[in-house]
Design a protein around this ligand. Structure first.
Ligand code: A3P
Length: 291
């Protein structure tokens, strides 16, 4: 749990009973949560959030506000959670959107998140290499990336679950938005114009503006919350040894689940880097073969 979260929120949040109409956006941290939340909020008729307004007020984080905070929302309740499915309030009456991102980019984004959120972590001076060890050991917020993925991946065929990846959202934002709209039962209202409007409003360039809408302000010199928003940032951060270890973890931990095939392109690139064809070349994480 992030240090700033009240333990009661976590305990009572797990005990929340899903109600008809509830829409959960469930993710492991840094996998595109806020982006998907904003898409859902806009699709359901929310007005673009002006600076000074908080997405968390209309789409709160279950583990932060707890059961009472969620129960007090007007229906349809929009709920963010980072809980693995086995700990989350999961029931047939609610809808769940699960977004996952390749672990290579996730660990990089999570590192910047952890050093930037000084309210929640004591890691402002932290090094990527140390964070990487925590991540691969599952000793970061919300536990182990792979375990989290597997708990949700097990239910992706359920009618009330919509599963996608950050990479698919990047590749085809409009297609994803239309599919989310259909999942939410909005087919009638979802012409191409509406889809384009939501895509524009939730696009990276728009979401980069007025970032106080998404998260508390970072100290000077820290990257903003909506940071790079790309696929492949890992190539400038991970050493060849780190790529090899994460690739190995991805393959071992997801074997036989289908989740191992989610990122064929990223895995192919990672294999090439792990085999010695590249790796980070920046000063912070130079290539250290065998690291
Ligand atoms: P980076 O740190 O790699 O840039 P979460 O909301 O789960 O914390 O995820 C945050 C990540 O999603 C950050 O990744 C952020 O930049 C990215 N992101 C947020 N809004 C986005 C958008 N509209 N398009 C693409 N990426 C977005």
């Amino acid at each position: 749990m992030p240090l700033g979260f009240p333990p009661e929120g976590f305990v009572s949040g797990m005990a929340y009973e899903p109600r008809p109409g509830d829409v959960f956006v469930a993710t492991y941290p840094k996998c595109g949560t806020t982006w998907m939340q904003y898409v859902v909020y806009l699709l359901l008729g929310g007005q673009p959030l002006a600076g000074g307004r908080l997405l968390g007020d209309v789409f709160p984080h279950l583990e932060e506000v707890g059961r009472e905070g969620i129960a007090a929302l007007p229906p349809p309740r929009l709920i963010k959670t980072h809980l693995p499915r086995t700990m989350a309030p999961f029931g047939e009456v609610a809808r769940y959107i699960y977004v996952v991102r390749n672990p290579f980019d996730c660990v990089v984004s999570f590192f910047h998140h952890t050093r930037g959120f000084v309210k929640h972590y004591d890691f402002a001076e932290g090094r990527f290499d140390d964070f990487f060890e925590c991540f691969i050991a599952g000793e970061v917020d919300f536990g182990d990336y792979f375990e989290h993925l597997l708990t949700w991946y097990a239910v992706i065929e359920a009618d009330n679950v919509f599963f996608t990846t950050y990479e698919r959202m990047k590749q085809d934002p409009e297609g994803t938005i239309a599919a989310v709209g259909a999942f939410l039962g909005l087919t009638g209202e979802m012409g191409p114009e509406r889809v384009a409007q939501v895509a524009e409003e939730s696009g990276f360039d728009r979401m980069r503006r007025n970032q106080d809408r998404w998260a508390s302000r970072r100290p000077e010199g820290m990257p903003p919350f909506v940071r790079k928003g790309i696929v492949g940032d890992w190539k400038s951060q991970l050493s060849a040894g780190q790529v090899r270890r994460l690739l190995d973890a991805l393959q071992t931990r997801t074997r036989g689940s289908g989740a191992s095939d989610l990122w064929p392109d990223v895995v192919a690139e990672a294999r090439a880097v792990a085999a010695g064809a590249g790796g980070a070349t920046n000063a912070e994480a130079p290539v250290r073969d065998g690291a």
